[in-house]
Design a binder for this molecule. Structure first.
Ligand SMILES: C[S@@+](CC[C@H](N)C(=O)[O-])C[C@H]1O[C@@H](n2cnc3c(N)ncnc32)[C@H](O)[C@@H]1O
Length: 549
């Protein structure tokens, strides 16, 4: 892939529905798309700089739904294939298992599972179209070295293209296939190896699908490119119970063309997307959005240095991020801290390392003698010293992760603690800034190592440090789901400590109160990020309710 070939977004074309804006370029938005958005407080726009995008029609409060769409097609991923209903995504093995008298499956292919006869009936027309092909996908996947789930997804999209599912009994209709064809495909920027593999697999798949599903091979390749670049996780919680497996399971994936088309990426997003149980994706505001402001989501982990985020987006989504955070001068951006080394002179600022350009070159880094100025006082430090401390910390972190993979948790804990402690002697050494992403990355496995040793007090301390960094650094969005996850975890560990101290009235009560405080904060955040009825919000509310019984 040659990143220098990155081009701007092609304009959305629908000549019939041209509209003139009072200012700015011509807006060309599909009338059907506008109709689908008509119940939400958003306006769809098109500009050369941003392509198609959605803006707030009025001031929008946090926790407002700004788009909800049913996937054109979604699949339950292979590891979960017999664990979730393929229509409503209900768990087939959670707390409610007693209520599920039978798991329904198609007798013919034995590959698709349902929680009820109703769900099975609802999928009948669609499934009948694909059933004879489904059992042969594994062979194609093995022969062509391609993921079976990608083939299952392509098959479903091919069926939706023929509108086999139109006018069925579903109350919410999937987004029509025509919008998939209008998505950016970035084929020219995707690796040639992937295109070759997917071409071979498409030929094989096209040979075995029913006649009416057959497509041009080139169109199938574009379909795969679009899916790979813009699939969304239906991150469905499988149980209201709060065991570890039930959280953040990427058990289902779908293609949501409207969301993909109108919600650009930003490294300082104001919206979150949430998978719902019936294959819908909801876009919700995380904070107040002013009238006319663009509504954006994030496709990536945001507690990461700018170069890493941009590299990630370039590799997975084939574009070079030009969001406000990525284009703010480094010395003024929160990004300076995420790979920051503390200034030895003023102890407040960090030495500013210039960001990489699109071709991967970091200005100045090729000159051994270059130096970096402090963002606060202007004091400079040589490249070798600044880069050296980052490289050493990175290496130590990687070694600790290797230890964890080898299940040497004690040794990993020592290494991670050592890495964190080494950052305390700023006056004599170069040290990492407290918001440096390496330190954040080290805290998460450290907390897990402490949990493994049943050192709950230690784990709580580390969890609080993580929360402090997430909330105060400005690197992640306000009300961001990951803050909710660490609040939930904090509540759980406090609850464990309360149980451990059962009978010691004062201590037990203190940990119960701490747990309740964390769960309450988690519920408030998740109401905004996920909505009141979402299983993630309910699971946190449940922890409060059950602790009171
Ligand atoms: C899913 S589409 C988003 C909708 C897009 N505006 C359109 O008109 O189709 C993703 C594409 O939008 C552009 N894009 C989205 N966010 C961007 C960002 N932060 N910086 C640069 N380009 C971005 C890129 O071209 C990317 O391939």
């Amino acid at each position: 892939m040659d990143p220098t070939q990155i081009q701007d977004i092609p304009p959305a074309v629908n000549k019939k529905n041209k509209k003139k804006k009072k200012s700015g370029p011509t807006v060309e938005i599909d009338a059907e798309a506008e109709a689908l958005f008509s119940t939400f407080p958003v306006e769809l726009q098109f500009t050369r700089a941003k392509g198609r995008h959605a803006v707030a029609q009025q001031t929008v409060e946090p926790g407002t739904t700004v788009c909800r769409e049913k996937a054109t097609f979604f699949i339950v991923r292979s590891p979960f294939i017999d664990k979730q209903c393929h229509v409503c995504l209900n768990s087939l093995e959670d707390d409610k298992v007693e209520e599920v008298a039978h798991v329904f499956t198609c007798d013919s292919c034995n590959k698709i599972y349902y929680c009820s006869k109703e769900c099975m009936d609802q999928d009948k027309v669609m499934h009948d179209t694909m059933c004879s092909t489904i059992n042969r996908l594994d062979d194609i996947a093995n022969d062509c070295s391609v993921d079976t789930d990608l083939l299952r997804m392509m098959l479903g999209l091919m069926a939706q293209r023929t509108e086999v599912n139109k006018n069925n009994s579903e109350t919410v209709q999937p987004t029509p296939y025509k919008f998939v064809e209008d998505l950016v495909h970035n084929r020219e920027k995707i690796s040639k190896d992937f295109v070759d593999v997917i071409t071979r697999a498409s030929e094989r798949l096209n040979d075995i699908v029913p006649e009416k599903l057959k497509m041009e091979i080139n169109d199938m390749v574009l379909l795969a490119c679009r899916y790979v670049a813009y699939m969304s996780t239906l991150c469905v919680i499988t149980a209201v119970r709060s065991d570890v497996q039930s959280r953040n399971t990427d058990s289902a994936l779908g293609l949501f063309p409207l969301g993909a088309m109108f919600f650009n990426h930003s490294c300082e997003p104001n919206c979150n997307f949430v998978g719902l149980r019936d294959g819908q994706l909801e876009f919700r505001t995380l904070k107040q959005v002013a009238k006319g402001e663009e509504l954006c989501v994030s496709y990536i982990d945001l507690f990461a240095p700018r170069n890493e985020r941009r590299g990630n987006l370039l590799y997975t989504k084939q574009f070079w991020c030009k969001c406000k955070r990525c284009t703010t001068p480094m010395e003024k951006s929160v990004d300076r801290f995420l790979n920051g080394v503390v200034c030895r002179q003023c102890q407040k600022g960090v030495y500013v390392i210039p960001p990489a350009q699109i071709n991967g070159v970091v200005p100045g880094q090729d000159h051994e003698n270059s130096s970096y100025p402090c963002s606060q006082c202007g004091h400079t430090a040589p490249h070798s010293n600044v880069a050296g401390v980052i490289e050493r910390a990175d290496k130590q972190y990687a070694q600790a992760i290797t230890m964890i993979r080898q299940r040497k948790y004690g040794r990993a804990k020592e290494m991670l603690n050592g890495l964190i402690k080494a950052q305390e002697y700023g006056k004599t050494n170069y040290i990492l800034h407290e918001y440096n992403a390496i330190l954040m990355n080290a805290l998460v496995p450290l907390m897990n190592c402490l949990m493994f040793e049943n050192n709950y007090l230690g784990a709580i301390g580390v969890n609080r440090q993580i929360l402090h960094k997430l909330k105060d650094s400005g690197a992640v969005a306000e009300n961001s789901p990951e803050i909710g996850d660490f609040l939930f975890n904090l509540g759980e560990v406090c609850q464990t400590l309360a149980k451990e101290n059962s009978g010691k009235t004062v201590v037990e009560e203190r940990w119960k109160q701490e747990a309740e405080k964390a769960f309450k904060e988690c519920v408030a955040l998740r109401k905004i990020a996920f909505g009141e009825d979402h299983p993630k919000t309910q699971s946190a509310q449940n922890m409060i309710d059950t602790s009171k019984c």
